[in-house]
Design a protein around this ligand. Sequence first.
Ligand SMILES: C[S@@+](CC[C@H](N)C(=O)[O-])C[C@H]1O[C@@H](n2cnc3c(N)ncnc32)[C@H](O)[C@@H]1O
Length: 197
Amino acid sequence: MKLIDARKDHYRKLAHEEGYRSRSSYKLKELNKSYRIIGPGYFVLDLGCAPGGWTQVATKLVGNKGKVMGVDTSFVEEIPGVHILKASVDSDYIAEEVFSFFGKKVNAVICDLSPQVTGNWAIDHSRQISLNYAAEKIMEKVLEKKGNALFKVFDGEYSNEFYQFMKKKFSKSKLTKPKASRKPSSELYCTCLGYSN
Ligand SMILES: C[S@@+](CC[C@H](N)C(=O)[O-])C[C@H]1O[C@@H](n2cnc3c(N)ncnc32)[C@H](O)[C@@H]1O
């Protein structure tokens, strides 16, 4: 078995054992350990949340006093206490839904959006970056000053442009690849702390 397959298997097995819906859950856990994007009591918006692995992790991180809302075009099985909205990030009513659930701005926006991949990297990459810009528009409306964000980025022609665009809006930012992310996949994670609004 190749090292990459072994690693993939390790996180899949762990997710199954620990009751997480996706192996991606470990990417958020790892990134949060390093950068503390989400803390206890936070209000968190999770964009592109299906099947709900990140939402489960976020729910644990925020604890009893926090709240989590997830948005996805796909169906997401219920997670106690979480508001799931079945909608596209292109919809113009997302911010309204966010305010009606939380009653105020959120402390963190996390975004793991991926288009349906075609296998043509140039197309998949540009579609993924477009989704990120749609998510960023929502973020601008709902993220509180000094809030944090985490965006997945398919690496390619436009990823640096997106990173530079995000970087200007936060006091600290970093583009990294967590260990739990498969080696050959060109996905990076853009962590942004301290929204300057
Ligand atoms: C990699 S998955 C997210 C995995 C999730 N973070 C987890 O840990 O379970 C990417 C998600 O983006 C969603 N997505 C793609 N386009 C979307 C759109 N326009 N609006 C909302 N969600 C979208 C997909 O349906 C898919 O569920």
